[in-house]
Design a protein around this ligand. Structure first.
Ligand SMILES: Cc1cc2nc3c(=O)[nH]c(=O)nc-3n(C[C@H](O)[C@H](O)[C@H](O)COP(=O)(O)OP(=O)(O)OC[C@H]3O[C@@H](n4cnc5c(N)ncnc54)[C@H](O)[C@@H]3O)c2cc1C
Ligand code: SF4
Ligand code: SF4
Length: 538
């Protein structure tokens, strides 16, 4: 059966399996299990928004399993870092061009390579990684982790050409010499505020500010910094400015409830001493004689809903406020640079491709949630689509077979299992909490992750979350119910009144002797994790 955590993970991580192996201290195997579906467990184990934990069955019993932290633990603890999976022999190998080496492009290259195709990635920065490399600060995601995971991908037959800007150094047309193209340029343009004074020297763009910090350029801020925005970029900008010694205020035009940034980020920003001003929107920036900036804000209120269903912020007539700061950093959203993309591939400011063509797209430049794990998932889907395209198969039929539940994630392992014969088994059902036998479990508190103390945090960009110890990891892994996956607890074997069940954990096999089985269903009732199911046959 499919566990609900795996269904909710956009890249379909085999969560019960990797947690089972981690619980036995078999970290190398646990990492290899993760790498079947996701080339970035170290990154996701730190900065994924972990929808898996929201859907974890254990959340209905006491508290969800710390899946994200365990993903990080396994990725850090495993000694063998190279993927065990080797590219399959592919007599129909295709050449694929990928634009952009962010999580979407790199994942597409990884899976294409495992499927025996040859990917060439064009990246306009000097190092690959996209936002993971140039955006997310080191106190959340150390660069060494990003480099290690990219190195793993580049150990496969993947070619990468950095410092090549598609549209400038090579034209879009030149990509058509490849058999297929995957577009994943991300969304790197900072949305303008479109207000007077925005071009003043001390007004900076959030993305540029973060990039300069990553480039190790010397960045000096004045005593006070104002940050405009309520998303992840605004939080990263504000917390980075704090580490550079500035006092920081975030101004956001709605309230805390509507902030698009991840909750953890907002809480950590508050804990570190960042001030928030809600329901204000900048209208003008001026430079004062004392070289400070004066930012005039319009007060706002919430009324009705906008097109995306969020409360609409509208001005409170005649109500303004002024804040002074040494620097203003804007983080009001990111846009896609479409200047080099053919018009017929653009819709509503994003890339949209014709599903029957040999051009594919994914990540932030397309209409999908802007997160790393969805970018990875789009790269995986594109690699499968390109493989199917090369083999002349229809996509929809296959994707409906390799899906994990009903939330959009797909399994590469399942795809590979049916690829040779062109036949896939029906998708498995998702284990509902009601179908677990929780009598066999006992409450255990979730382990919290240790963090750097507040005063130490602000001294530099050291990682804030310190990870689990081996004892904490073992305890966390043991909290998993392994929903839908047998962990050889022997309940069915012991409870069967007919002795009809035999188990061989070494060979990972279970057999039911149908000659002796009376169909009483005791084994299914005694199975804690909904692996055994009674079905009428024949
Ligand atoms: C500051 C910030 C913090 C974030 N924090 C988180 C987080 O904590 N968790 C999370 O899940 N998500 C987070 N996100 C979102 C996440 O980073 C993105 O959703 C993800 O990186 C998108 O991946 P991508 O591959 O589509 O694009 P990107 O990561 O943007 O990569 C695209 C790559 O393409 C290159 N490129 C662009 N145009 C061209 C061209 N013409 N030629 C060649 N190369 C080109 C770019 O230089 C870049 O390297 C954050 C985003 C930002 C901006
Ligand atoms: S990638 Fe994200 S959603 Fe998937 S298992 Fe890891 S933390 Fe959970
Ligand atoms: S208990 Fe384990 S297998 Fe079940 S949903 Fe939670 S993490 Fe997944």
């Amino acid at each position: 059966m499919t566990a609900p955590c795996q269904e909710a993970c956009p890249t379909g991580n085999p969560i019960p399996q990797f947690l089972y192996l981690a619980g036995k201290g078999r970290y190398d195997e646990a990492l290899q299990t993760l790498l079947k579906e996701n080339p970035f467990p170290g990154v996701c184990g730190r900065v994924c928004f972990h929808p898996c934990e929201t859907d974890c069955n254990r959340a209905q019993y006491d508290e969800s399993v710390s899946i994200r932290s365990m993903e990080r633990y396994v990725s850090d603890a495993a000694s063998g870092q190279l993927p065990n999976s080797k590219p399959i022999r592919n007599t129909n190998s295709k050449k694929v061009a990928i634009v952009g080496a962010g999580p979407a492009g790199l994942s597409c290259a990884y899976f294409l390579s495992l499927l025996g195709h040859r990917a060439t990635i064009y990246e306009n920065q000097k190092e690959p990684g996209g936002v993971m490399r140039w955006g997310i600060p080191g106190y959340r995601l150390p660069k060494s982790v990003v480099r290690k995971e990219i190195q793993r991908i580049l150990s496969l037959p993947v070619e990468i050409k950095t410092n090549v800007n598609v549209g400038e150094d090579i034209s879009f047309g030149e990509l058509t010499r490849f058999n297929a193209v995957f577009l994943s340029p991300g969304a790197r343009l900072n949305a303008p505020l479109s207000i007077a004074g925005e071009d003043l020297k001390r007004v900076w763009k959030g993305g540029d500010f973060l990039e300069r910090i990553h480039s190790k350029d010397k960045v000096s801020l004045g005593r006070e910094t104002l940050v405009i925005g309520g998303g992840n970029t605004a939080m990263d900008v504000a917390r980075s400015a704090l580490r550079l010694g500035s006092k920081v205020t975030i101004a956001y035009r709605r309230t805390r409830n509507e902030m698009p940034a991840f909750q953890d980020e907002i809480i950590e920003a508050e804990e570190e001493g960042i001030r928030f001003e809600f329901l204000i929107q900048p209208v003008k920036v001026t430079l004062l004689k004392n070289r400070k900036l004066a930012v005039k804000f319009q007060r706002m209120k919430l009324r009705g809903l906008d097109q995306r269903g969020r409360p609409k912020a509208i001005p409170v007539k005649g109500d303004f406020l002024e804040l002074e700061a040494d620097h203003l950093i804007t983080a009001a959203g990111e846009q896609v640079d479409l200047s080099w993309i053919p018009q017929d591939l653009i819709k509503d400011g994003l890339i949209e491709v014709n599903p029957s063509s040999n051009i594919f797209a994914g990540g932030d430049a397309t209409d999908q949630p802007r997160t790393i794990v969805t970018a990875i998932s789009s790269g995986k889907r594109a690699a499968i689509s390109i493989d199917l395209h090369a083999r002349g198969n229809s996509y929809s039929g296959v994707f409906s077979k390799i899906r994990l539940g009903n939330k959009g994630s797909v399994s590469m392992e399942t795809y590979l299992s049916g690829r040779g014969g062109g036949k896939w088994t029906e998708p498995l059902e998702v284990v509902l909490y009601e179908r677990l036998n929780t009598l066999f479990f006992e409450p255990k508190n979730r382990v919290g992750m240790r963090q750097l103390n507040h005063s130490r945090r602000l001294r530099d960009f050291s990682e804030v979350n310190l990870g689990f110890s081996s004892e904490e990891a073992a305890l966390s892994a043991s909290r998993c119910f392994t929903c839908g996956t047998c962990n050889y607890c022997y309940n069915c074997y012991f409870f069967c009144p007919e002795g009809a069940i035999s188990i061989d954990p070494d060979r990972q096999s279970k057999t039911v002797d149908l000659e002796h089985c009376k169909g009483c269903g005791t084994c299914a009732k005694a199975c804690p994790r909904n692996v055994v199911e009674m079905k009428e046959v024949g």
